[in-house]
Ligand binder design. Structure first.
Ligand SMILES: Cc1ncc(COP(=O)(O)O)c(C=O)c1O
Length: 463
């Protein structure tokens, strides 16, 4: 009878019957694994004793099979380094080794904006929520399901967003996505299919997001930016505008109340849409959070939220609350297969309804607020020419530098192995505003243990 073992990280299929019996079966299986590339050149094989124990056969049989393959040149055996796949073994077509994928080296001090403190991810609570979610989910929850996302999560989100962000929505008009970027990609397709050609974006923002819209065939001109922040009052020919109203990214100011009203009036007058990126709306320190713009005009604003700041970007969890007429189009642009894993969705639903999300946001807010205060105090005393701005909310601050110094400060930071962004990295190529010299400092990024050293490194490079 043929037997298969998953061992050595590959399936070995042995044919114990026939002329050669087990020894022949094992030799053939190993030779085949080397020839087809399932066992790569240089791979160390287990000792004959442990492979024999794994396979439940005599140790001698394994030793003899190894000896056969050494004699044939497929394996090498050397005192002290065990039995390995020979390095000169032929590489099967299509399996030529490719350059290994290298993860970029991590900087010694990381103040790149965009990530929360990943070391503070609430692992225990998240695990508990996963257990509870999986234990109580009906079996059919594990099927393909509703392309809008699990109803448990959409219901939990509708409640949370109404309570915490003033969003007016319901489970039927929420679509769960793999983060904000996924939602924006879907919206790009929907807008283009509706005949929109232009989405106006802010003079400061993230070029990866503008590129997603351009990938859908949309032009992305810049809105003016002035002393009151982004000015979306006259977006020209645009059929939609992309804004960060609660906390302009990266400048850190909320959209001025007059401009909130004006952009809603524009959308109503022209049938335009506002895409509201509420990426860190939970993190406001000095007063109540600025409510979502969507609450003013649920029929004209698409609200976009993400767990990337409140929990971790690696979860790839986000959501949109859509005007009812847009929801069906977004669902068909998204499609059935393009979705988020059900376990993550159920876990987040459980996390929200159990109160664990609120507790985590509250404790994170405290941690980040302390860091923000330490940053402001340190910069004010050690670099009096530098002004810390945009600090009422979020996980990053904008440090305004003396004119003409941004490039040299970013360069000095690189020499110190301190990663941060100059403001110019977030400036739209056609920005409608005077250039400013500044740093965008992600004070949320380092783990607690690395924060003090990162702050010290920052102060050393400031003018
Ligand atoms: C301005 C802004 N919007 C949205 C996001 C979240 O993107 P995603 O949900 O795709 O991780 C980020 C994260 O860095 C951001 O900085």
């Amino acid at each position: 009878m043929a037997r298969s073992w998953a061992t050595l990280g590959v399936d070995l299929h042995l044919e114990p019957s026939g002329s050669g019996g087990l020894r022949r079966g094992l030799t053939d299986a190993l030779r085949d694994a080397v020839r087809t590339g399932r066992l790569a050149p240089g791979t160390r094989l287990p000792s004959s004793r442990s492979l024999a124990a794994d396979l439940g056969i005599a140790r001698n049989t394994v030793a003899e099979a190894y000896a056969d393959l050494v004699a044939e040149g497929w394996l090498t055996a050397r005192q002290g380094s065990g039995t390995r796949v020979a390095t000169g073994t032929p590489t099967p077509p299509g399996t030529a080794p490719t350059a290994p994928h290298r993860t970029p080296a991590r900087p010694r001090h990381d103040l790149i904006p965009g990530t929360p403190d990943l070391a503070a991810f609430p692992r225990t609570e998240w695990l508990k929520a996963t257990r509870r979610a999986l234990a109580t989910a009906p079996f059919h929850a594990l099927g393909y399901g509703d392309p809008r996302g699990r109803p448990e999560l959409r219901t939990a989100l509708a409640g949370y967003l109404a309570r915490a962000r003033g969003v007016r929505t319901g489970p039927d008009t929420i679509v769960v996505t793999a983060g904000f970027s996924h939602a924006l990609t879907i919206l790009g397709k929907v807008l283009r299919a509706r005949g929109v050609r232009t989405v106006a974006v802010e003079s400061y923002g993230l070029d990866v997001h503008w590129a997603l819209l351009r990938g859908a065939g949309l032009a992305t001109p810049a809105l003016p930016y002035d002393g009151l922040g982004t000015d979306p009052r006259e977006p020209g020919e645009a059929g939609a505008v992309l804004l960060t109203p609660a906390h302009q990214f990266p400048m850190g100011t909320p959209l001025h109340p007059d401009r909130r009203a004006a952009v809603v009036a524009w959308a109503r007058r022209t049938g335009g849409l506002v895409l509201e990126d509420d990426y860190d709306g939970e993190f406001r320190y000095d007063r109540q959070p600025v409510g979502a713009l969507q609450g003013l005009a649920p029929d004209r604003v698409v609200y976009l939220g993400t767990a990337s700041k409140s929990l971790a970007p690696g979860l790839r969890l986000g959501w949109m609350a859509l005007p009812p007429d847009l929801a069906a189009e977004a669902v068909s642009a998204k499609g059935q297969a393009d979705t988020v894993g059900v376990l993550e969705q159920l876990t987040l639903a459980e996390f929200l309804t159990s109160g664990a999300y609120d507790r985590h946001v509250r404790s994170s807010r405290l941690r980040y607020r302390r860091r923000r205060d330490a940053l402001t105090a340190a910069v004010t005393t050690r670099a009096p020419e530098v002004r810390v701005t945009g600090i009422a909310a979020g996980l990053h601050a904008v440090l305004r530098l003396p004119p003409g110094t941004e490039e040299s400060v970013v360069q000095a930071a690189a020499w110190q192995n301190l990663a941060l962004h100059g403001l110019s990295a977030h400036r739209h190529p056609q920005a409608v505003t005077d250039p400013l010299d500044a740093l965008v400092v992600g004070y949320g990024t380092p783990p607690d243990s690395a924060w003090a050293a990162a702050l010290e490194a920052l102060c050393r490079v400031l003018p």
